[in-house]
Design a protein around this ligand. Structure first.
Ligand SMILES: CCCCCCC/C=C/C(=O)SCCNC(=O)CCNC(=O)[C@H](O)C(C)(C)COP(=O)(O)OP(=O)(O)OC[C@H]1O[C@@H](n2cnc3c(N)ncnc32)[C@H](O)[C@@H]1OP(=O)(O)O
Length: 307
C-alpha cells in the first residue's frame, strides 16, 4: 500500500476550525505595546506613553492596531493537528500578514473569532498555507480581519498534476509586499530592537521556541533565535503612526506585509515610508546587514491636514 500523502490538499481546504475566544486586559495591551518597542527609546515619549499608561487623566490606555494579530493566536495549536497536513513545525516561517480594522480596539475585551483556510499553494520546496480569522466583539460587532500566510519549508511537491496546486479564496492576497518607489521616502524612522526583544514579545502569547531557544533556532537554520515577524510589523506600523499619522493609531485601516528575511533581536530597523494618496508604502531594512526584511503598505482612514 502507498504511503499516506504528507499534504492532502482536499482535506486541508475543507477543514472547519472551531470558533475561539481571545480575552485581553489593559495590562496585556500595554505589554504588547512594550513588546513592539513603544517607549523603548524614551519613557517620557508624549506620542507613546498613552499605549502603556493613563496619561493626563486618560480613562484607558490606547491600543495599537497591530494588536489585532494576537486575536488569531489561538489557532496556532490547531495548525499542529490540521488533518491532511504533516510538517516539521521547526521549519515554519511567517510569510505574510494582512489586517483589516473596522473599528478602534477597546482597551480590554473578549473577542470571538471565526477562522477558515483561505489559501494553499504548492511551491515545490515549500507549502504556503493561508488562514483567515474574522474577529467580533462580544456584542457581535465586527472588529477586524486577519489573513496570515505561513511558509512551511521542506514540504511541497504534493500536486497531482504538472500544474502546481494553488487554491485561494482571495486571489488578490497572493503577494502582500509592495512595489517600492524609486523616489526619496516621505519619512524614515530608525529604531534599535533590544537583544531581549523576542523574549519580551513572546509574553504576548506567541511562544514558538524559534524565538527563544538557541537549539531550535539552529535546527531551523539560524545562528540564534529570530524575532517574531509580527514584532517587526508592529515596529513598522508604530513608525508609520508616529511619522505619518501624527501619533493617531486609529488612522490605520488596513495593514499588509510580506516578511522577506529574518531579523535578529538587537538589530536596528530602518522603516522607510512613501505616501501615495491615502496609502503608505513601507519597507523595513536591517541596518547592520543592509537588507530589506519586510515590505508592505497600510491604508489610512484619513490624512491629517498637516500633510
Ligand atoms: C494560525 C496562526 C499561526 C501563526 C504562526 C506564526 C508563527 C510565526 C513565525 C515567525 O514569526 S517566523 C519570523 C518571521 N518570518 C521570517 O523571518 C521569514 C522571512 N522570509 C524568508 O526567510 C523568505 O522570504 C522565505 C519565506 C524563506 C522564502 O524565501 P525563498 O527564497 O524560499 O522563496 P523564493 O524562492 O523567493 O520564493 C518561492 C515562492 O514562495 C513565494 N514566497 C516567497 N517569500 C514569501 C513570503 N514571505 N510569503 C509568502 N510567499 C512567499 C514566492 O513568491 C515564490 O512563489 P512563486 O513566485 O514561485 O509562485
Amino acid at each position: 500500500m502507498a504511503d499516506a500523502p504528507v499534504i492532502d490538499p482536499e482535506l486541508i481546504v475543507s477543514h472547519q476550525f472551531p470558533e475561539k475566544t481571545y480575552s485581553y486586559t489593559e495590562r496585556d495591551a500595554a505589554l504588547y505595546a512594550l513588546g513592539i518597542g513603544a517607549c523603548a527609546r524614551d519613557a517620557l515619549d508624549k506620542n507613546e506613553l498613552k499605549y502603556v499608561y493613563h496619561q493626563d487623566g486618560q480613562q484607558s490606555i490606547q491600543v495599537l492596531p497591530t494588536l489585532a494579530a494576537l486575536f488569531s493566536l489561538g489557532y496556532t495549536s490547531e495548525l499542529a493537528h490540521l488533518p491532511g497536513l504533516q510538517y516539521d513545525p521547526r521549519l515554519l516561517l511567517h510569510g505574510q500578514q494582512y489586517i483589516e480594522i473596522y473599528k478602534p480596539f477597546p482597551s480590554s475585551g473578549c473577542i470571538q473569532n471565526k477562522a477558515c483556510i483561505s489559501g494553499l499553494h504548492d511551491k515545490g520546496k515549500a507549502t504556503i498555507l493561508e488562514i483567515e480569522i474574522t474577529s467580533y466583539e462580544e456584542s457581535g460587532e465586527l472588529l477586524c480581519m486577519n489573513r496570515m500566510s505561513v511558509y512551511l519549508r521542506g514540504t511541497g511537491g504534493f500536486s497531482k498534476s504538472s500544474h502546481p496546486y494553488s487554491y485561494s479564496k482571495n486571489p488578490a492576497s497572493k503577494n502582500l509586499s509592495a512595489k517600492i518607489p524609486k523616489s526619496q521616502p516621505f519619512a524614515v524612522y530608525e529604531e534599535c530592537t533590544q537583544p531581549s526583544q523576542a523574549l519580551l514579545y513572546r509574553l504576548s502569547g506567541d511562544y514558538n521556541p524559534l524565538h527563544s531557544d538557541p537549539m531550535i533556532a539552529e535546527i531551523a537554520g539560524f545562528s540564534r533565535p529570530i524575532l517574531h515577524g509580527l514584532c517587526t510589523l508592529g515596529f513598522a506600523v508604530r513608525a508609520i503612526i508616529r511619522c505619518v499619522c501624527s501619533g493617531e493609531p486609529n488612522m490605520i485601516k488596513t495593514i499588509s506585509g510580506r516578511f522577506l528575511l529574518h531579523v535578529y533581536p538587537g538589530e536596528t530597523l530602518i522603516t522607510e515610508m512613501w505616501l501615495e494618496g491615502s496609502r503608505v508604502i513601507f519597507q523595513v531594512k536591517v541596518k547592520e546587514r543592509n537588507r530589506a526584511v519586510l515590505s508592505g503598505f497600510t491604508d489610512l482612514n484619513r490624512l491629517t491636514s498637516s500633510l
